[in-house]
Ligand binder design. Sequence first.
Ligand code: HEC
Length: 151
Amino acid sequence: MHPLNIVATAALGISLAGSALGAVAIRPATAVAYRQGLYRAILWNFVPMSEMVRGRLAWNHQGFAQRAGNVAFYSTQLLEGFTPGSITARSEAKPEIWRNWADFSAKMKNFEDASAKLAEISRNGNESATKQAFRQVAMTCKACHDHYRRN
Ligand code: HEC
C-alpha cells in the first residue's frame, strides 16, 4: 500500500469495518480493474473454444479442455471483485447488482457450476457432449449480462 493510502486509511478508521475483505479497504477502481481483468482472461479462453464449437477452428480436444479448466478456475474468483457499490466511469456494472445481490450471486453460481461441468465433460473428450456443455456456459454469461451489465 502506498504510504499516503495508509494515512488516508487511518484517517477513515471505522469506515473499514464493513468492507468485504475485513481489514483492507479496496478502492472501487481496484475492484473494477480486478474483475475486468478476470473477464478478459475468461474471454481470452472463451473465444477459441467458441470458434471450435462453431467449426471455424479445428477441434483440439486437449486445447479445449485446458481452456475450459482455465475458465472454471477464473469463474470462482469473480464474485469477490464486486465489492459493495464499486462502480466507476470505466465500469459497465449496473447498480442493480447490489440491490439484487442474492439473484446476482445465484447467476454467478450458475456460471461457476456450468463451467465446472464443462471442464469435466471436456476432459472426457466427447465432442458433442462438450459442445452441448459449452452452450450451457454461454447461456449463463448472457443471463447475467442481460440484467447486470451496461452495454
Ligand atoms: C453473474 C454475472 C456475470 C456472469 C455470469 C458473466 N458476466 Fe461478464 N460481466 C458481468 C458484469 C457485471 C460486467 C461488467 C463489469 C464491470 O465493468 O465492472 C461484465 C463484463 C464482462 C466483460 C468486459 C470486461 C472488460 O473488458 O471491461 C467481458 C469480456 C465479459 N464480461 C465476458 C463474460 C463471459 C465470456 C462470461 C461467461 C463465460 C461472463 N462474462 C459471465 C457480469 C457477468
